[in-house]
Design a protein around this ligand. Structure first.
Ligand SMILES: NC(=O)c1ccc[n+]([C@@H]2O[C@H](COP(=O)([O-])OP(=O)(O)OC[C@H]3O[C@@H](n4cnc5c(N)ncnc54)[C@H](OP(=O)(O)O)[C@@H]3O)[C@@H](O)[C@H]2O)c1
Length: 222
């Protein structure tokens, strides 16, 4: 991991989640951290980054340009060079089945640590199957599912544990109930998620091994 230009590159910086990550790092204002933002559209990304930077009164971060959908070998080489220039990749560019597979592969091959926020179980099953050996050889640590869907459960367990302790008791086991009704209820509340998040739920649903035979008319990928 020597000769790296950056410590961190964030992908998906023009999106809802990526913008929050950029804002966090700008506010953190850690001069020892060398980081850059990566996006496919220079004009859109520059406008977005300037807006975030102005809102927190900091200079906009360095921007590098690459499309995560690599149509040619040259596209992939360009993305590979960007990946190889950093120690860590953080990506909020989803749906990950659509935009994440090449980026994950390149991190595994180049020994670059990787974290994403996917909730698409089929995506990370696929990338573990495909890239785990490469990552072990290159010593890349690849972490999927960061923060996904866990904060409500984590806080619930925390509060239950606190309550139990206040009564002189101890939480011994936790069970989470998931049902089709819970899934469907997500669609009753309009605008609770962004469109990619609905796609992520859709991909996860359609890739379930048990359900796939029954809903095989749905596309496996967009
Ligand atoms: N972990 C969690 O709890 C959590 C929370 C929220 C969302 N998510 C997941 O995070 C993902 C993103 O959600 P979001 O709401 O932030 O989506 P979003 O606002 O639509 O952002 C998607 C980002 O991906 C970028 N992108 C799309 N295609 C690209 C390409 N070909 N090359 C490079 N960049 C590309 C977009 O750039 P452009 O502006 O150029 O299109 C945009 O910056 C979804 O899969 C969602 O399920 C997870």
């Amino acid at each position: 991991m020597t000769d790296k230009i950056y410590d961190v590159i964030i992908f998906g910086v023009t999106g809802f989640t990526g913008k929050l990550a950029v804002e966090y790092l700008l506010k953190k204002d850690d001069s020892s951290l060398k980081w850059a933002a990566c996006a496919r559209s220079e004009s859109r990304a520059m406008a977005t980054l300037k807006e975030i930077a102005d809102s927190v009164d900091k200079p906009a971060p360095t921007l590098v340009i690459a499309d995560l959908i690599c149509q040619t070998a040259e596209d992939e080489t360009k993305l590979r060079n960007i990946v190889a220039s950093t120690k860590v990749v953080i990506t909020a560019a989803g749906p990950f089945e659509k935009y994440g597979i090449t980026l994950h592969k390149l991190c595994a091959e180049e020994g670059v640590h990787y974290a994403d926020i996917t909730g698409e179980t089929s995506f990370f099953r696929h990338v573990i199957d495909q890239h785990d050996d490469k990552a072990r050889t290159s010593k890349a640590t690849l972490v999927s599912h960061c923060g996904n869907d866990c904060i409500p459960q984590d806080l619930t367990v925390f509060e239950m544990d606190k309550y139990a302790k206040s009564k002189g008791c101890k939480v011994r086991s936790i069970a989470i109930r998931r049902s089709l009704l819970t899934f469907l209820s997500l669609f009753r509340v309009k605008f609770i998620f962004t469109v990619p998040t609905y796609f992520a739920i859709f991909f996860g649903f359609t890739s379930s091994r048990k359900l796939r035979p029954w809903i095989c008319f749905l596309p496996r990928q967009l």
